[in-house]
Design a protein around this ligand. Structure first.
Ligand code: ZN
Length: 349
């Protein structure tokens, strides 16, 4: 089969033939229709970012963990999928057996791997990809393959709002309106948020935030974000503030924007956070703000994300998806690495 490969860390991408995958028990092979290229592809190819264990890389390496396509072959024992099913892949591969997996916290699996990063198998930037059957989810007819590559992000936010344990209707503020932030806005709207404040510094991000359901948008570079959130909520603050940047300043702003007894969801992790609440810690304590860290998504979050889309409660059409031909994958990677470009890039096969 044809696949995108790189032969060492720091190498550029190649298109070449590698062996077709064959499904083992409890696995399926998916004929890939498309695969999303995230901004992290450049870090992965350089051996940084999501790459936790460089030793698990076997070169030539085929990346890609956000793929979608049609079930092409089914291994022994697979009950949930059949050949011809349209599916999206959850690239976060859990073991299914550890104490977190068996207790419904499979997003925290002790033995997790990422498809196309450290799974020891070729990823989805190829004609075919092999995955455990439990990592492939049937998608609704109304969703295109390209749109379905957004479902992992939707599931991530479904998980985050589940962590908030909030009843609808509720009010919400989202700090950072990139791809994950706008997914947060779309999920908040689908779950019954009545007021959604989107904060970012990029005009295009704020425009997309409005298209996804933000009722108020705030230019965080020009305006006081906390004051704007308080103004939108009669001075109370929001029930749920979602922090997607991961910097001390924005975490503090998110907590200060949360109403007394409300929830601040911590999702952003730039890895540079060293100072939290330097001036606001007492305020956070005295108002019993609940800080809840959120990581990844589990199987039930994926199922709920698909249900929201299937029911029509969540519309994926506002998200700007740019499609690239597989032969032009090198150009697509260059385009996707530009941080000022907020489009979602997918390559098709
Ligand atoms: Zn596990």
């Amino acid at each position: 089969m044809r696949a995108a490969t790189f032969h060492s860390f720091g190498d550029s991408v190649h298109l070449e033939d590698i062996d077709d995958p064959r499904p083992a028990a409890e696995e399926v092979v998916v004929r890939v229709a498309c695969c999303q290229i995230g901004g992290d592809i450049v870090k992965i190819m350089a051996g940084h970012g999501p790459v936790r264990d460089r030793e698990r890389f076997a070169f030539p390496h085929t990346p890609g963990y956000r793929g979608a396509g049609v079930v092409h072959a089914v291994g022994a024992g697979v009950q949930t999928l059949s050949m011809g099913d349209r599916v999206v892949i959850n690239g976060f591969l859990n073991c299914g057996e550890c104490e977190f997996c068996v207790s419904g916290h499979d997003n925290l699996c002790r033995h997790s791997h990422m498809l196309g990063i450290d799974s020891g198998q070729p990823g989805a930037m190829a004609e075919f990809v092999k995955v455990p059957a439990r990592a492939a989810y049937r998608i609704p007819d109304r969703v295109t393959f390209e749109q379905s590559t957004l479902l992992p992000n939707i599931a991530l936010l479904v998980h985050a709002f589940r962590r908030a344990e909030i009843d609808s209707p509720f009010t919400c503020a989202v700090f950072g309106c990139g791809l994950v932030g706008t997914a947060a806005i779309a999920v908040a709207a689908a779950l019954g948020a009545t007021e959604i404040v989107g904060i970012d510094t990029a005009p295009a991000a704020l425009e997309l935030a409005r298209a996804c359901g933000a009722t108020t948008t705030v230019d965080g570079g020009a305006e006081d974000a906390v004051a704007a959130v308080l103004a939108a909520t009669e001075g109370q603050g929001v029930d749920v503030a979602v922090e997607l940047v991961g910097l001390g300043e924005t975490i503090a702003d998110a907590a200060r924007s949360t109403r007394t007894l409300g929830v601040t969801l911590l999702i952003g992790a730039l890895g540079e956070t060293t100072i939290l609440f330097s001036d606001y810690y007492r305020d956070v304590v005295q108002r019993e703000i609940q800080l809840r860290a959120c990581f990844g998504k589990g199987q039930q979050d994926f199922v709920e994300a698909i249900r929201l889309v299937k029911s029509g409660a969540l519309d994926l059409s506002p998200f700007p998806v740019r499609v690239h031909a597989f032969d032009e994958i090198a150009d697509a990677i260059e385009t996707a690495r530009d941080p000022s470009n907020s489009d979602i890039h997918v390559v098709t096969f």
